[in-house]
Design a binder for this molecule. Structure first.
Ligand code: PMV
Length: 315
């Protein structure tokens, strides 16, 4: 049997970084996907292939010895093999149309699709178990992960997420459209998260005040989303961008993209860790942004929120 799973990438509409420190964040699944194909094999090895390379690793190898780019997938296969007392190995092929290192949830979507695809080889597609496994897999390379990205990739749609409380689906009549502008500066999430922790340690009062402001902003943003008030939602995004600048995760390039695009959209902000990666701008389906898209030197993508999360198929 060949098992295939598809899982969406994400944008963070509100609350990145603050979510790592216990605040709420709002995330949406987007129509860009990671696809993982897996099979049981007759060898003793775990085979992993992706655009980053290929590896064939003895399944008894220690997870911490595995190269970072293969580690989460090795971890997933090893956990499932051991849980099912399976004697042989597994092959995992990862394909993705989500840009890497851009803040669009590429690594989480790959972890979710791999966890779902390999679990399905043993007839288990339980969403809760797939989510737990994918979060643990992501933590093998990014121990401070809030788990928000994997959660929205499993469940799809728009979610409110808090580390302590888990997630809540947000029902809205609008599917919302965004223009993503990729600064093409690759960022390292763990480094930016570490930098924010340093900011928090050195400015604890300011950081705590910003967390409270961000909480109030999330409440206002949720109301605007539920009432389809795009003007207010865009203003909330612009305000969130200011808070991200205050904690030091923006830079000159991100700021200049934000300033330019917010003049022709409802509002714009960094999405994800910052320090590079992407800007998202709230648009309307019929907005004609072709002039900007044709003249900017950056890559742009039109995306909408996807209601469906991870999916699993057999072939
Ligand atoms: O840039 P990304 O896609 O890795 O998103 C990181 C989001 C953070 O809030 C900065 C970290 C997290 O684990 O939530």
């Amino acid at each position: 049997m060949t098992s295939i799973s598809k899982a969406p990438g994400k944008i963070i509409l509100f609350g990145e970084h603050f979510v790592v420190h216990g605040n709420r964040a709002i995330l949406g699944a987007i129509d860009k996907y990671a696809t993982v194909t897996s099979e049981k094999t007759n060898t003793n090895n775990i085979l992993i292939s992706s655009s980053l390379g290929q590896a064939s690793i003895e399944k008894d190898e220690n997870v911490s010895n595995i190269e970072k780019k293969f580690r989460p997938f090795f971890y997933i296969a090893k956990e499932i093999i051991s849980k099912n007392n399976f004697e042989n190995g597994i092959s995992i092929k990862i394909e993705s149309d989500i840009p890497i290192g851009a803040g669009l949830g590429s690594s989480s979507a790959c972890c979710v699709a791999a966890a779902a695809s390999v679990s399905n080889l043993f007839n288990n597609t339980n969403e809760k178990e797939v989510l737990e496994l994918s979060i643990q897999a992501e933590k093998t390379i990014f121990p401070n992960s809030s788990g928000a990205d994997c959660t929205v990739s499993v469940h799809g749609g728009i979610i409110e997420y808090q580390k302590e409380k888990g997630f809540l689906k947000i029902e809205t009549e609008n599917e919302f459209n965004f223009l993503i502008i990729d600064s093409e500066q690759v960022h390292a999430t763990d480094k930016v998260v570490e930098q924010v922790k340093k900011f928090k340690d050195e400015n604890s009062d300011i950081f705590s005040e910003l967390c409270s402001e961000e909480e109030r902003l999330v409440t206002k943003a949720l109301e605007s989303m539920k009432s389809n008030d795009l003007e207010t939602m865009g203003k909330c995004m612009a305000q969130n961008q200011i808070y991200l600048e205050q904690i030091g995760v923006s830079n000159d390039i991100l700021l200049s993209i934000t300033k330019e695009i917010e003049q022709i959209t409802f509002g714009a902000k960094i999405t994800g860790a910052g320090g590079g990666g992407c800007i998202i701008a709230l648009t309307q389906k019929n907005n004609d942004l072709s002039e900007f898209m044709n003249t900017t030197k950056y890559q742009t993508h039109n995306v909408s929120i996807q209601k469906t999360g991870m999916q699993v198929f057999n072939r």
